[in-house]
Design a protein around this ligand. Structure first.
Ligand SMILES: [Zn+2]
Length: 557
């Protein structure tokens, strides 16, 4: 029976099924040892959603029958589809239609605000994002700036990191925020001028919620449409599995779960999906009972339940370097403080303990060195992780490390989910915040791999545009650099292992036919070409469960 086979031949098939990325060792060893890219083949056969065979052209072409689809790759490369273990697809879909105020000039960015209101109803909120990391004067916009630009409707600008917002006077008034309002320690700091008036800038994990709570709620169709847009963007970048790393952060847990359920059941979201509910959203007070993964699954429509992984909850230990809210062991170079934790250490430990007992693995956002240390302490104090399936805890970002923290990470068994594209995006800002010595210690990919720490790449999109190939380029430009094979392993096999998905991430017989086809073999590109960005590697087509979801390849339907 050879019906419905699809055969891809005449290219390079990188299986990514090596045990570990051991490039340095394999380069030194005798030839024939596969590097992090795994075995190399020239052809692959799949039927429906399963890989049936990987081998050389003669072997695989012999499987073809009269109803098989046979596609000549003409030298292109086939890899496992990219796995994105930390993104915000719901937010990405919503911001896809929003203005991003970036560029080089702060004044020009603020002057562009009114243009973003052109197609809005008269009283509608203007919501946009801003990215000051490239501005000549990188100060956040203030209420005065926004009042001058748009005085007649509420304006809310989200810092691209998600860790700060700026609102105009109308938005502050609608949110009931004035000089009498108080900060929430670790969660929301209201910036004030000398007279004690709010400047419009709010920092911390609750900043967005505090203002956005006054906006009209999104309707279910908007949520579903956002996820469909995100799916199309992810698929175009070669991504076949995605995790939402803070479900509930935009529209609340119930509304976002409903949108995910509908998008999956209707086919609008064809990718493999993992959802990480925000722990403070499913258990608002530290002493609240934490719903189990089964409790959360019960809220999903039947048709979507089996297609969603629920293994980790998301928690934040600190903020971002760009907004001076990451928690450091020593003060910032360009601010008279060291940031602060979101939760006091005993509260963090108690939240983690309760979530582990409810059956969750924990994924904690920690960027500063003090935050990373506190999270490792809390993980060490927590009861043993849930029995089955195993859910190793995760550290999200883990940016500012030193030798001691790398050693502690290695001993802990914790996975470091890191974002190489952050370095390409905000490198100069990081150096301003931390000084050269500390900035040079950011994201030591090679040291993490050498210590045997599971290290999947991700992007945190839409904080950065997020194409995995751009993440590869950033990692290959970093010092010390990884090999392309190691970077690709971090975008495939390592991510699938982190999500507990043993049917993705590698091209092995029996795994899902989730594939990305690239214009050329990425491991044959010289490192210098990657670094210059003229590597010529591009996504040609993306296949999920045997279905073409983005791009095109002649002969493939
Ligand atoms: Zn994130």
């Amino acid at each position: 029976m050879t019906h419905h086979y699809t055969i891809l031949h005449g290219g390079t098939v990188l299986t990514l099924d090596g045990a570990l990325p051991t490039d340095a060792a394999s380069r030194a060893a005798a030839s024939g040892v596969p590097d992090a890219a795994g075995r190399r083949a020239t052809a692959l056969c799949y039927a429906h959603d399963r890989i049936l065979a990987v081998g050389d052209d003669a072997e695989i072409l012999a499987l073809a029958g009269p109803d098989s689809v046979v596609v000549d790759l003409r030298g292109r490369a086939v890899l496992p589809g990219f796995v994105e273990p930390h993104a915000h697809p719901y937010w990405e879909g919503l911001v896809a239609g929003m203005r991003l105020l970036a560029g080089r000039e702060r004044r020009a960015a603020i002057r562009a605000v009114p243009g973003a209101a052109e197609h809005l109803e008269p009283d509608a909120w203007l919501v946009a994002r801003y990215d000051p990391t490239g501005w000549d004067r990188p100060d956040d916009p203030t209420r005065d700036d926004l009042d001058r630009a748009v005085p007649d409707r509420p304006v809310l600008l989200a810092h691209v990191s998600g860790h700060a917002v700026t609102a105009n006077s109308l938005a502050l008034a609608l949110a009931g925020l004035d000089r009498a309002s108080s900060d929430i320690r670790g969660r929301m700091a209201i910036e004030r001028d000398e007279a004690g008036e709010p400047t419009g800038i709010l920092r911390g994990p609750d900043a967005w919620d505090r203002i956005a709570a006054s906006m009209p709620a999104l309707n279910p169709a908007e949520g579903r449409a956002a996820l469909a847009r995100a799916a199309a963007r992810l698929a175009a970048d070669g991504v076949t599995s995605v995790a939402d790393a803070d479900v509930g952060s935009i529209a609340g847990v119930a509304a976002e779960l409903a949108a995910w359920g509908e998008a999956i059941a209707s086919g609008a979201m064809p990718l493999a999906v993992a959802l990480m509910p925000g722990l403070v959203r499913i258990a608002p007070a530290p002493g609240d009972a934490v719903p189990s993964p089964a409790d959360i699954a019960a809220a999903l429509p039947e048709a979507a339940r089996n297609r969603i992984r629920l293994s980790h909850v998301k928690l934040k230990a600190d903020g971002a370097l760009t907004t001076h809210t990451a928690w450091l062991g020593a003060p910032y170079d360009d601010a008279p403080h060291a940031g602060m934790p979101v939760h006091d250490p005993d509260v963090l430990a108690e939240r983690i303990r309760r979530a582990v007992k409810a059956g969750w693995g924990i994924a904690t956002h920690a960027i500063g060195d003090a935050a990373v240390g506190a999270v490792l302490d809390a993980y060490a104090a927590a009861p043993a992780a849930a029995p089955a399936p195993p859910r190793p805890h995760r550290l999200e970002h883990a940016m500012l490390l030193d030798e001691d923290l790398v050693a502690r990470l290695a001993a802990s068994g914790v996975t470091a989910v890191v974002q190489p594209e952050f370095l390409a995006w905000a490198g100069p800002t990081y150096r301003a915040r931390l000084g050269e010595e500390r900035a040079a210690r950011l994201l030591p990919f090679a040291a993490l791999l050498a210590a045997g720490i599971p290290m999947p790449f991700s992007s945190d999109r839409p904080v950065v545009p997020g194409a995995p190939l751009d993440g590869v380029r950033a990692a290959l430009r970093h010092d010390p650099a990884l090999s392309a094979a190691e970077a690709l392993h971090a975008w495939t096999a390592a991510g699938a292992a982190t999500l507990g998905d043993n049917e993705a991430g590698r091209l092995e017989v029996g795994r899902r036919s989730d594939l990305v086809i690239l214009s050329r073999d990425p491991t044959a590109v010289p490192t210098a070409a990657w670094a210059r960005g003229d590597d010529g590697v591009a996504v040609v087509a993306t296949i999920v469960g045997g279905r073409l979801v983005a791009g095109q390849l002649e002969g493939l339907t």
